[in-house]
Design a protein around this ligand. Structure first.
Ligand SMILES: [Zn+2]
Length: 682
């Protein structure tokens, strides 16, 4: 007995987003973002009960619809007519983040295929979710290979499985709903884009609302059946309204004005491609149907933007979520005014640029003053400077170095991030699936075969046949199939990619602090952070300057936090290189205890000019050798520039057993731009 949808307190956006998908599956699903303990899943699990029942061919495990059966249905072919029909409720199927591939796409029984010549397929979750809801809790933690399968199925509306030349294909169209806690890492952009709508869910700050949440939850837990019975009338009401809205949907008209508003909004918020326009149009149409209207109004467009755009507008994972509502209203108003000043259709537009003397129109709406251009956009200069001044004031606690360069400099802005070259941990790991270093994994490409220990993994066909072949006569083979025994079976040894911990150790001392140069360094680290985000790594940040080192960001999967710390990083003072390396050593030691299978990659960003104390360079070298002895893989990003070079970063790399690369060499594409920047600064 699931918790009734209508009994969910608050969470208006989430409930609306789910209802709109129930009204129009073309909206394309919902991604729900929110911190832990916001009961995100309660409303999601409850929504399936509101979907109309589905009519299926009895006995078909792939939920074929009578009269329009999937021609490729593995349980088919179904008779074109007849075959009967039965009604069943729409299903909600949950995909666990750690599910094996077979669980999602289904399992082809290769043993039977080989031994009996029978194509035997056990349907997976994609088949179960067809014509229903596929729900992924913690969707941001979903393994990459499952994400790829999910993206394929969502794009094709079908699932395709192939094993050793035997293949199965079946329809898989479902409403995709995911929930996630953004603090635990972001979604891959391709998957993010797959969700029609996103909503942010927060726990209510209202006492009354919180009381009501708890009251209902307790009542439900005490007696779920009685609770559901009490809410049955409300549930029925919502279900009826959804059914009515579905019936109305084909009649809803999306007028030219609304279409223009949609296009203008998508352009104003700089979304990629046309997908956002289409999702917005579908959402606005569903909103009108839900309201019992056949015409899309401006308010539908506005609401659709709030639901459909926040996750598409984001250019990189470090921007804050949400949508600037002032900017949205301004855009909608401008599009409306433009639409009204348009000549009637059929006439040629004499002024296609719209830069004619269009005053406020005479429709009575002219009373509202036209918003001035761009008051909402803060002057980037003043905003940033104010922040820097504050950082500077806070940093003044450090004792100034006598006669030295200024102890503290305002935080330099990061240069534009670029596509970074992939840095990897050498050797073969066994860490969690990811996209960085080579590893033995359950997925990936086959590199050999072995006798299985325990249950059989992915079958290695050639090795199995080879093992069985010599015994065929002895086993009295007569039929077409191979006579197989269990101990003939060989499984594939596979190699894929793992994710790592990328720990940055960034030198923020005076020698690095030339403003342009620090910008370039920050831009480079930001690029590596972006790269780490895409490869699902954990990241951490240690900085050193002045008298010591600090952990600016403890290892986390939230790369945004790393970027935020980096942006504000103050610079100046001496270069306690050894302190930075020792701090990194300590962070890595703790992480090894916490997450032993995750291998670390240390990225030291410095010019290597250690200062402070009696023999800073030797001390740094000793710290480096300590790290090398612990088996840490490392890369030194050499930031030294200018005509006189000491080559200290190279020496540091040697002590670390690391590779040294220059800032420019970090770029995947070209070397030139950054190097030029750095030269200019030096
Ligand atoms: Zn079927």
């Amino acid at each position: 007995m699931t918790y009734p949808f209508s009994a969910v307190v608050g969470q208006a956006d989430l409930r609306l987003a789910l209802v709109l998908n129930a009204v129009s599956p073309a909206v394309g699903g919902v991604l729900v973002r929110g911190e832990k303990g916001t009961a995100k899943s309660t409303a999601v699990r409850a929504v399936a009960a509101l979907l109309p029942d589905v009519s299926v061919i009895p006995g078909c495990r792939f939920s074929c619809e009578p009269g329009s059966a999937d021609p490729q249905c593995p349980d088919g072919p179904h008779p074109a007519t007849g075959g009967g029909a039965s009604q069943r409720p729409a299903r909600l199927v949950e995909l666990p983040v750690g599910a094996a591939e077979d669980r999602l796409v289904g399992a082809l029984d290769i043993e039977r295929a080989l031994a009996e010549g029978v194509k035997s397929f056990e349907p997976g979750l994609l088949a179960a979710a067809h014509r229903g809801v596929l729900y992924v809790d913690e969707v941001n933690l979903l393994h990459d290979h499952l994400v790829d399968l999910l993206l394929d199925a969502a794009a094709m509306g079908a699932s395709y499985v192939e094993r050793e030349g035997v293949s199965v294909r079946h329809a898989a169209r479902f409403l995709l709903v995911g929930t996630m806690n953004p603090e635990e890492g972001e979604l891959r952009p391709q998957l993010l884009d797959r969700f029609g709508l996103t909503v942010e869910v927060t726990a209510s700050r209202e006492t009354d609302e919180r009381v009501e949440v708890v009251r209902r939850r307790l009542a439900y837990d005490a007696d779920p059946a009685a609770f559901a019975a009490r809410w049955a009338p409300q549930e029925q009401q919502v279900r009826t309204r959804i059914a009515e809205a579905r019936a109305l949907l084909p009649d809803v008209r999306l007028g030219d004005a609304a279409l223009r508003q949609i296009a203008a909004t998508c352009a104003a918020f700089e979304v990629d491609g046309m997908r956002a326009d289409i999702v917005m149009a579908r959402t606005a149409t569903a909103l009108a149907a839900w309201a019992g209207r056949t015409v899309v109004l401006a308010e539908d467009v506005r609401q659709a933007a709030l639901l459909a755009l926040p996750h598409r507008r984001r250019r990189n994972p470090f921007d804050a979520p949400g949508l600037d509502e002032d900017k949205l209203d301004e855009t909608l108003e401008r599009a409306r005014a433009e639409a009204e000043s348009e000549p009637e259709p059929g006439e040629d537009d004499p002024d296609p640029d719209g830069d004619g003397p269009d005053g406020p129109d005479d429709d009575g709406g002219g009373g509202a003053p036209q918003p001035q251009d761009s008051p909402a956009e803060p002057d980037p200069g003043t905003g940033a400077d104010a922040g820097q001044a504050q950082d500077q004031a806070q940093g003044q606690a450090q004792p100034p170095a006598p006669g030295g360069p200024p102890q503290e400099q305002p935080a330099a802005p990061a240069a534009e991030p670029f596509k970074a070259r992939t840095l990897t941990v050498p050797g073969l790991g066994e860490g969690a699936a990811g996209r960085r270093s080579r590893a033995r994994t359950a997925q990936g490409r086959t590199t050999g075969a072995r006798r299985p220990e325990g249950t059989l993994g992915r079958l290695h066909l050639a090795a199995t046949v080879q093992a069985a072949a010599p015994y065929q006569r002895a086993r009295g083979r007569t039929g077409p199939g191979l006579v197989l025994r269990r101990d003939d079976l060989r499984e594939a040894v596979r190699e894929g990619r793992e994710s790592n911990l990328v720990l940055f150790v960034v030198d923020a001392s005076g020698s690095m602090a030339a403003r342009q140069r620090m910008s370039a360094v920050k831009g480079a680290v930001l690029s590596l952070l972006l790269d780490a985000y895409q490869r699902r790594d954990k990241v951490g940040l240690v900085t050193f300057r002045g008298t010591g080192a600090e952990v600016a960001l403890p290892p986390t999967s939230s790369v945004d936090a790393g970027a935020a710390r980096l942006e504000k990083l103050p610079t100046g003072g001496r270069t306690p290189l050894a302190a930075g390396l020792l701090k990194a050593h300590e962070v890595l030691r703790v992480e090894r205890l916490r997450d032993p299978s995750r291998r670390a990659l240390l990225v030291v960003v410095t010019d290597g000019r250690a200062t402070g104390g009696p023999d800073p360079v030797a001390l740094g070298a000793r710290a480096a050798r300590l790290l090398a002895a612990s088996g840490t893989a490392a890369v030194v990003v050499d930031c030294e520039t200018g005509p006189v070079r000491l080559g200290l970063a190279g020496a540091l790399a040697a002590d670390l057993g690391a590779v040294a690369v220059t800032l420019g060499e970090l770029r995947a594409d070209t070397v030139s731009a950054l190097v030029k920047d750095v030269r200019r600064a030096a």
